[in-house]
Design a protein around this ligand. Structure first.
Ligand code: SF4
Length: 426
């Protein structure tokens, strides 16, 4: 096992995230046990039962602490005893420990019940006397046919929750796999646990009998042909056009360069513009041979990353040779290319980039919403996740869960039909 990375200049908070190997400290703890004879308890990315058993049986620790595993799924012990399927922690800290150390209440990015008990899984239909077999949902409501368009995390959570409640659910996903943009996350070194969560969602949907149609694009006619009682739209987002598009410099979207990094051309210099960091794209481009500069208008690159992760993120980028510049804006004027310091207005001349990569600038992919609202005037249609407004994993999961749990599928009608605006929430 590779030795855990030890910060040379310790970050303010140290809770090992995905930059540190799983089961990071059991060997060290076992060594202390041997040296002192005192029972030891170890913690640090022990995220599943097999790892815990390995630490206890093979590595010689006396107890294990599974903090984040139990935040992601407080029912983990019961599920392990009964052969259930625990929700796997993805170990990026942003929803739980990261928020805690930022002075905010602890949540969980993939388990919205930690923030709001109403967003818990609740009893599944069929576990109550009035279950789906009687034509009602777990809470006694009318069983509906719910069509979910989009199989990213928001759509998959909505489908899962609706199916658990006893609704008949059809999910249309245009790609051959569930997961949407979250599938690109696991391409970053250390983030392979994202796939565990996405695969967990898929397994849950299959067990719940969701009619899962992969590689199935959705048009208004196709959705209408399914005769839905309600529709959840989770079609995600797309890159937003910028003023750099259409210029004589190549412009690419961060997701595209992560999946298929281009071959360097010209001098091989790329500028990544990202309010939040563009970490994975930067590493992918360095790996492809580019000289990478990442800029942001925030005070520093990765300023929005939580205190437990930011040191690791910036360190990895710096060690990869990425030039990190905060509080600057890329400009091109009569003097040529430059970086404008947003505090001092000073201009730093730079060589022309051969490629500009845009990360974090996205817009909702909600074209289907208006046409569906018109085509199905009596059918509730609700947007969730990035389809409502591009944001992060936590919002996508909790909005999907809320739609599927509450059954409040109606988002809005055109004002002319109902007096409710299209953008109003339920
Ligand atoms: S927020 Fe992330 S790291 Fe924390 S418990 Fe949830 S999945 Fe795990």
């Amino acid at each position: 096992m590779p030795a855990p990375e030890r910060p040379s200049a310790a970050p303010k908070f140290f809770v090992p995230g995905d930059a540190v190997p799983e089961n990071a400290y059991s060997e060290l703890a076992a060594g202390m046990r041997t040296a002192t004879g005192i029972p030891v308890i170890t913690a640090g990315r022990i995220l599943d039962a097999d790892t815990a058993e390995h630490a206890l049986r093979d590595q010689g620790v006396d107890f294990v602490a599974m903090t984040r595993a139990l935040i992601a799924d407080p029912d983990l012990p019961r599920k392990l005893l009964t052969g259930g399927r625990p929700r796997p922690c993805i170990s990026i800290n942003e929803g739980c420990i990261g928020r805690l150390y930022s002075g905010m209440p602890m949540e969980c990015s993939i388990n919205p019940a930690i923030r709001n008990a109403e967003l818990g899984d609740g009893a599944a239909a069929g576990t109550t006397a009035d279950g789906a077999a009687a034509g009602t949902t777990a809470d006694g409501g009318v069983r509906e046919h719910v069509v979910v368009v989009g199989g990213g995390v928001a759509g998959a959570e909505a489908a899962r929750r609706a199916a658990r409640r006893g609704h008949r659910v059809t999910l249309l996903e245009e790609q051959p796999r569930l997961g949407g943009r979250a599938r690109t996350a696991d391409l970053r070194r250390g983030r392979q646990r994202w796939d565990l969560y996405l695969d967990w969602l898929g397994a849950e949907l299959r067990d719940l009998g969701v009619d899962l149609r992969l590689g199935a694009p959705a048009t208004p006619d196709i959705v209408a042909g399914l005769a839905p009682d309600s529709v959840v739209l989770a079609t995600g987002s797309r890159p937003r056009r910028s003023s750099w598009h259409g210029s004589d410099v190549a412009v690419a979207d961060a997701d595209d360069v992560i999946v298929a990094p281009p071959v360097p051309h010209g001098t091989g210099t790329v500028t990544i513009i990202d309010p939040e960091g563009g970490f994975t794209a930067a590493e992918a481009l360095v790996g492809a041979g580019w000289t990478v500069r990442t800029i942001t208008d925030l005070p520093y690159v990765a300023a929005k990353v939580d205190p437990t992760q930011v040191w690791f993120v910036r360190r990895r980028l710096k060690k990869a040779g990425v030039d990190l510049q905060g509080q600057v804006e890329l400009i091109r004027d009569s003097e040529g290319w430059g970086l404008l310091d947003l505090e001092s207005d000073e201009r730093q001349a730079i060589a022309a980039p051969d490629l500009i990569v845009l990360a974090g600038a996205r817009t909702a992919r909600d074209d289907l919403f208006r046409t569906l609202v018109e085509a199905l005037p009596h059918t509730p249609v609700r947007r969730v996740g990035d389809t409502r407004a591009p944001r992060g994993l936590r919002d996508a999961v909790s909005e999907g869960a809320a739609a599927g749990n509450t059954g409040r599928f109606r988002e809005g009608r055109p004002e002319s039909q109902s007096g409710v605006t299209l953008t109003g929430g339920s």
